[in-house]
Design a protein around this ligand. Sequence first.
Ligand code: NAD
Length: 341
Amino acid sequence: MTRRGFEEVIAIHDRHSGLEAFLAIHDTSRGPAFGGIRRWAYRNEREALMDCLRLSQAMSRKCALAGLQAGGAKVVLLDRDGLDLEAAYRHIGRVVERMAGRFYTGPDMGTGESELQWLAEETRYATRPDPEGPGMLAESTAEGVFRGAEAALVHLDGEAAWGKRRVVVQGLGAVGARLAERLLEHGVTVLGADIDEDRAQKVSSELEIELVDPSDAVDIPCDVYSPCGLGGAVHDVSIERLRCRVIAGGANNVLARRAHGDALHDRDILYAPDFVINSGALIRGSLFHMTGERESLENIGARVGRTLREVFEQSKTLEESPEKVAVRIADERIERFRSGT
Ligand code: NAD
């Protein structure tokens, strides 16, 4: 905790609902902390705590790079048999309410619409899933990914030239399907893959895109490979198989290990760091909470594109991977906020 400079870490236990959770606030030196609630079947408390610390620091980096007057936090909830879900989320909602706006929470894996509704009934500081909330979160993420991929192509070729591009979208969920739609509007040849066959068929017939086998998606020659499923798409095996020029997707934790960022750089594959390119929903949600305004998709896309251009340019000048550059810019900014300079 001290090594990575956390402000506060809270263990939450409620014997009535069976709730066990951790809440970590990494940074509020620039503004309130933002971070969703992840519910997962962690093997033990230690694993849950470590995940909570890692994710909340990642949120600080995401906020710093997105230029938000905000910091990072996270809640992780240990999923267990017999957990009273509604009572557990309501309990967390009351904890968040008592923090009086120092921490805002929202969706993550395991926290969807009904959980958000329970939270919203207990606290003003949670993302509402109804029309009173910020809305269009997945659309915001997809727009950021679209503009981020565009920034990558312009960086490589001086133009996006979408009409002659081929993009593989891995994962056709809320973000992936919307991204595919945006790409089609620009004349891109889109190939899609999803491990959920029904989902894949539905999106493919709605958008008229070609489907590929999810286990082969990584082998397909393309301009942009876009991981929009679960994390860990780039790992020791897949990295050798990739035949793309750019990796730009909405998924969190695209790299199984940080070192894969350098390996992609060595292979001349331009990687748009996940915590930069997928920040659209955070931008939309946090600005809504802090100002009451709903940032337009256009502005969100422009912000993400601008930040990525800066990262790619520094990466070229310094001959360092975009992943390393993005982490360094973020950590330097956080240090500056903390020291007040
Ligand atoms: P979702 O659950 O709606 O969709 C994910 C889809 O990916 C599902 O259809 C699933 O079947 C598929 N999938 C999972 N693993 C796959 C694999 N290996 N190959 C092919 N398909 C696979 O989720 P979402 O909201 O679209 O989010 C997608 C990713 O983006 C997640 O990693 C999420 O954490 C991240 N993300 C989402 C947002 C947002 O605004 N929704 C914001 C930031 C990051």
